[in-house]
Design a protein around this ligand. Structure first.
Ligand SMILES: *Cc1c(COP(=O)(O)O)cnc(C)c1O
Length: 376
């Protein structure tokens, strides 16, 4: 169907295959799914649903509202963790919705404890500690003194203790080993008191650092969506996302002309330009980067001039039959800016951006989202 805006395709079968691939990579661990930020822009409802159907039971969100937005599609046997903490007053909402908070400060631990005492409710939580990233998390010594109080741990309903790697995508970074040894030391000390608690350290890239990083549960996000988790080699994940932009106008230059805002680029007579729907308001500056390319009819085409808010100009001179297309005798094919060849990780590498930024940049955009696969 013709559209006036770009079409973002999400291959749900590829998401499921990627989850199975991660299960094979960490065969002795529970493989959770991080579907925060609307599954990195791809749609947490659809992604959560197909992964649950595939057998995934542990889902991570950043906020309470994110988890509530998918509550009706995740059956009751799904555990929903909230990574980002909770505001004062929000703890009741968590409890009522059956969500599992990841407690990262002593104040949160205290508030959760008080809530359980006041309501008499039984619920579970996770504890996060800082093994070296210096972002969120309890200090290791606070966690250890908490863990030494077995009855307190039981009353809090601690089910999972986790930490997060800062440099997992740089396999040789010495901090990986340092964080692993801090994690293992905390784990060994806590295990003595709390034998039923599970431990988790690895995100997507952490899974590819080796078995010793897997612990009881791994928390991949990006790899599920096709971002390369193994920065040492070829991308083992299947591409999930495609983005194609309809062409709104085609023109052949009659004389040398300056192109777009700032008139920074001049192109010679004879050049054929296509104006595609989609600009920086649609995240395209992230997707295309400084030296942007797309594909039209399988031919690589470069961005010409600056990306505008709502549109982007491509030099499509090299596309076969472009003269006939420019004369209106043939329909202009869409310009693909993400596909199996222009995959998220390659695009990101060219941009010196992160695959994560490329993906989450498309989420607020004016694209029509189309899903492929995902049938039972
Ligand atoms: C976002 C997040 C993840 C997922 O990370 P990826 O690199 O996308 O796999 C895992 N754990 C925590 C704590 C996170 O915040």
């Amino acid at each position: 169907m013709d559209t006036s805006t770009g079409v973002l395709t999400v291959n749900l079968d590829a998401v499921v295959r990627n989850w199975h691939l991660l299960c094979a990579q960490a065969p002795n661990s529970i493989v959770a799914a991080v579907i925060k930020a609307d599954a990195y822009g791809l749609g947490a409802r659809r992604v959560g649903q197909v992964l649950h159907r595939a057998g995934c039971r542990d889902f991570f969100f950043a906020t309470v509202d994110e988890a509530l937005a998918v509550a009706d599609v995740l059956p009751g046997d799904a555990r929903r963790y909230i990574l980002g903490g909770f505001a004062v007053g929000e703890e009741r909402k968590l409890l009522e919705a059956g969500l599992t908070p990841v407690l990262s400060t002593l104040a949160e631990v205290q508030r959760w404890q008080q809530l359980l005492a006041v309501t008499g409710a039984e619920a579970q939580c996770a504890l996060k500690f800082d093994s070296g990233m210096t972002r969120m998390g309890l200090a290791a010594k606070d966690l250890l003194s908490l863990g030494a109080d077995e009855s307190k741990c039981r009353r809090l309903g601690v089910r999972l203790v986790m930490s997060h790697l800062a440099c997992a995508d740089e396999a040789l970074h010495p901090q990986n080993r340092e964080q692993l040894s801090s994690f293992n030391s905390v784990r060994d000390q806590l295990r003595a008191h709390c034998p039923d608690v599970a431990f988790s350290l690895a995100n997507s890239s952490g899974i590819f650092l080796g078995d010793d990083y897997h612990a009881d549960l791994v928390r991949p996000g990006a790899a599920l969506y096709g971002v390369n988790p193994d920065t040492r080699g070829a991308n083992p994940m299947q591409p999930v996302v495609g983005l194609s932009l309809p062409v709104r106008q085609l023109r052949q230059l009659k004389r040398p002309s300056r192109i777009g805002y700032g008139a920074e680029l001049e192109l010679p007579a004879g050049t054929v330009l296509a104006v595609a729907a989609g600009g920086y308001a649609d995240g395209l500056h992230r997707i295309l980067g400084a030296s942007g390319v797309g594909e039209m009819a399988g031919v690589e085409v470069a961005v010409a001039g600056r990306v505008s808010m709502d549109s982007t100009i491509f030099d499509v001179t090299a596309v076969p039959n472009i003269q006939a297309i420019a004369r209106g005798e043939l329909k202009a094919p869409s310009i693909e800016v993400l596909n199996a060849q222009l995959d998220v990780s390659r695009v990101a590498a060219r941009n010196r951006a992160l695959g994560y930024e490329v993906l989450t940049s498309v989420r607020a955009a004016r694209y029509r989202r189309e899903y492929r696969g995902g049938e039972q």
